[in-house]
Design a protein around this ligand. Structure first.
Ligand code: ARG
Length: 456
């Protein structure tokens, strides 16, 4: 019988296990049933397969679907196994399901069908993270904290400004994932092995039935193309890199006592009783390594593959599943960690005053009074050097001005102006250029972030 014939087709010999993707294909089991249904409906509508045969195949597919992936007969892959299961139920006519197609266009359709759903979940996780960043930022528009360059205290900023810097980066990550979605969501069906088919198939119809936005025109491209996987993994890897930066900042801030992670996102030590470690964020930070290695593995597999289908492609696919799962999970954890973290305001504002973080503000005040900025920079740098750490007082600044400018500082600016410039809260408030940390500038950024989130 035909069932026996089909099983024999995949002998595989000693390489049987090595060749089979059946276990890994569990991920696309539901997708394959959907693709089979759409294909059979189209074949019936085009008069390629008789209505009663199509009905029997569709009923068999329902049955195969409810039995589940685990109940499939053995096969080289899920496509062959489902076809065998359909033929077992329908008889030889079940073999009409595979008219006018190949596993090459079939598998590409299944991966695209499943990945687009996974990409949308990944997108949703980025939206949740952006929401928790924005909500936390809203509460900390006035919470002054130290800002860093080279990991050295640089200038005061606010917790809101810091958090929104990541929100903005994650907004671009969302956009990149959606771009990848657009190029994933097109149908290769009807390409058959690569050279099309003599049957009068309606490629637009199967695309429509499966919710694809369009079809891939060239049939050789349609069965060969995996750049949608590369693009998706690149978007996921880029997002994972942004996540790793956020995780690293939070690990550092937790270490300094600038942020307090909730117990749910911390871990204790099995030996050191006093420890509360930021383990979840360290794992978030590590996820980028996995995603990037997946992207590397994928691109290395794809590099130099000739047209059209080559079995190497079977090993390209799992990289995408791993990356999309790992990165989405890390994004969700990061969102939870951000939403539940506390930012101790007093510790932060005390820290913001350390290390003469307002030096730029003092130089700005002198420059605003008419001194060339370079000269102002020299005066403040000299004062910073004289006191060797900490913030110079007015007398020190004035003594330096006498030496460098031959004049008292207060020829140029009032005492009050210099005093204000030395205050981190004033420093932040004065930096009200568009996109800056001043509360009203941050309010505008919060509005932009909310508008962009609403648009999704
Ligand atoms: N399981 C294969 C894959 O994942 C699809 C089957 C195409 N096989 C073939 N020998 N043409 O790519």
């Amino acid at each position: 019988s035909s069932g026996v014939v089909r099983r024999d087709r995949f002998s595989g010999g000693p390489a049987r296990e090595f060749m089979s993707s059946l276990a890994a294909d569990e991920r696309i089991f539901a997708a394959d049933v959907a693709v089979d249904r759409a294909h059979v409906v189209m074949l019936e509508e085009q008069g390629i397969v008789e209505s009663d045969v199509a009905a029997d195949v569709l009923a068999a597919l329902d049955d195969v679907e409810s039995a589940g992936h685990g109940a499939l007969p053995d096969g080289e892959d899920v496509h062959e196994a489902i076809e065998t299961a359909v033929i077992e139920r329908v008889g030889p006519d079940g073999g009409k399901m595979h008219t006018a197609r190949s596993r090459n266009d079939e598998v590409a359709a299944c991966i695209r069908y499943r990945l687009r759903e996974d990409l949308l979940s990944a997108v949703e996780s980025t939206l949740a993270l952006r929401e928790s960043l924005s909500e936390t930022a809203e509460r900390h528009v006035e919470t002054v904290m130290p800002g860093y360059t080279h990991l050295q205290p640089a200038q005061p900023t606010t917790v809101a400004h810091f958090l929104l810097s990541y929100e903005a980066a994650f907004a671009r990550d969302t956009a990149r994932l959606l771009d990848a979605y657009d190029r994933t969501n097109v149908s290769p069906l009807g390409a058959a092995a690569f050279a099309g088919t003599p049957f009068d198939v309606d490629r637009d119809r199967t695309a429509e039935l499966l919710g694809f936005d369009g079809v891939l025109g060239n049939s050789m491209d349609a069965s060969s193309a995996r750049d949608f996987l590369a693009e998706s993994l690149a978007a996921l890897s880029t997002h994972a890199v942004t996540l790793s930066g956020l995780a690293e900042d939070l690990v550092i801030f937790a270490n300094k006592g600038y942020v307090e992670l909730s117990d749910d996102y911390s871990s204790t030590s099995s030996i050191m009783p006093q420890k509360v470690n930021p383990d979840t964020l360290e794992l978030v930070r590590a996820t980028a390594g996995d995603a990037i290695s997946g992207l590397n593995g994928l691109l290395t597999t794809l590099k130099g593959l000739p047209r059209a289908y080559n079995r190497d492609l079977q090993r390209a696919t799992p990289h995408a599943w791993r990356a999309v799962d790992d990165v989405s999970a890390a994004t969700e954890v990061a969102a939870g960690a951000v939403a539940t973290a506390e930012w101790p305001e007093e510790t932060l504002s005390a820290a913001a005053a350390e290390g003469f973080s307002t030096a730029t503000g003092v130089a700005d005040a002198l420059a605003m009074a008419g001194l060339p900025f370079r000269t102002a920079h020299e005066v403040v740098a000299e004062a910073a050097g004289r006191i060797d750490g900490g913030t110079p007082d007015l007398a020190t600044l004035d003594a330096v001005a006498e030496d460098v400018l031959g004049d008292t500082l207060f020829e140029y600016v009032s005492r009050e102006h210099v005093e204000r410039a030395l205050d981190p809260t004033y420093s932040v408030a004065s930096r009200d250029s568009a996109g800056g940390p001043a509360p009203e500038a941050v309010a505008a950024q919060l509005d932009d972030a909310a508008a962009q989130l609403d648009a999704h």
